[in-house]
Design a protein around this ligand. Structure first.
Ligand code: C5P
Length: 222
């Protein structure tokens, strides 16, 4: 079925921010809207893939034909991704919090009582790097995003190598670009050996282009 080239494939997508709790009423988060990841999940489903969307807190509706697993923290996101394996392709579009609070308080922290509290942070697991590690359950195609505010190309090349993923889409999220929360995006696409600047387009069009690339990759090597 040429119009459903991803049928029979399982695609795992992460999207949205994570919320890392400080206490029962506060958390550390970021500006990710989840729009790009949700658009990718929708585009892959439209091409016939079985899609698992592991989503941090967003206000977006679940795209048609997509199975969503809701998570809050990075640790939960990794566990949900691992539980969703095996997958043919993993696309990590989530803006995962780099750190979580080591000693989350079980009760609301109080302002009274002198000095502001000091938060001790510990590093979160890197979901993209973990999914990219060699092993029986490694998806044959692992795709990451690199959100950078300067020297996009060099940072993206280094990040792709460091994470061990197969493809990377690098976007400039610097002040004034309005990528976070906006509907437009502009990316550099890196596969094994080439770097292609894609023109500025809607996040839904980036998603469709990426889904078409994925379909082409799987049709050339089943
Ligand atoms: O290191 P950085 O956060 O810039 O890398 C971005 C890429 O890594 C994105 O694809 C993001 O989804 C993924 N990532 C992840 N787990 C983390 C941090 C980033 O999957 N803890």
């Amino acid at each position: 079925f040429p119009h459903k080239p991803l049928s029979g494939r399982h695609v795992l997508v992460t999207a949205g921010p994570t919320h890392e709790p400080i206490d029962p009423v506060r958390f550390i988060a970021n500006h990710s809207s989840g729009k790009q990841g949700y658009a990718i999940a929708a585009a892959c489903a439209q091409l016939g893939a079985q899609v698992t969307l592991v989503s941090g807190p967003t206000s977006l509706p679940c795209p048609d034909g997509v199975t969503r697993v809701d998570v809050t923290t990075a640790v939960e996101m990794l566990a949900a991704c691992e539980a969703a394996l095996p997958a043919d392709c993993a696309i990590c579009a989530a803006a995962v919090g780099d750190w979580r609070v080591a000693d989350t308080a079980s009760q609301k922290r109080k302002k009274e009582g002198g000095a502001p509290p000091k938060l001790t942070l510990v590093e979160n697991p890197d979901i993209l790097a973990t999914l990219s590690q060699p092993g029986a359950l490694r998806p044959s195609l692992v795709i990451g995003f690199a959100a950078e505010t300067e020297t996009l190309e060099a940072h993206a090349i280094a990040k792709k190598r460091r994470k061990g993923c197969d493809w990377m889409l690098a976007n400039d999220v610097g002040t004034g670009t309005n990528v976070f929360g906006g509907d437009q995006n502009r990316v550099l696409f890196l596969d094994g050996d080439t770097i292609e600047p894609w023109s500025a387009m809607a996040k839904t069009d980036i998603a469709r282009s990426l889904a078409a690339r994925i379909a082409a990759r799987f049709s050339s090597s089943p």
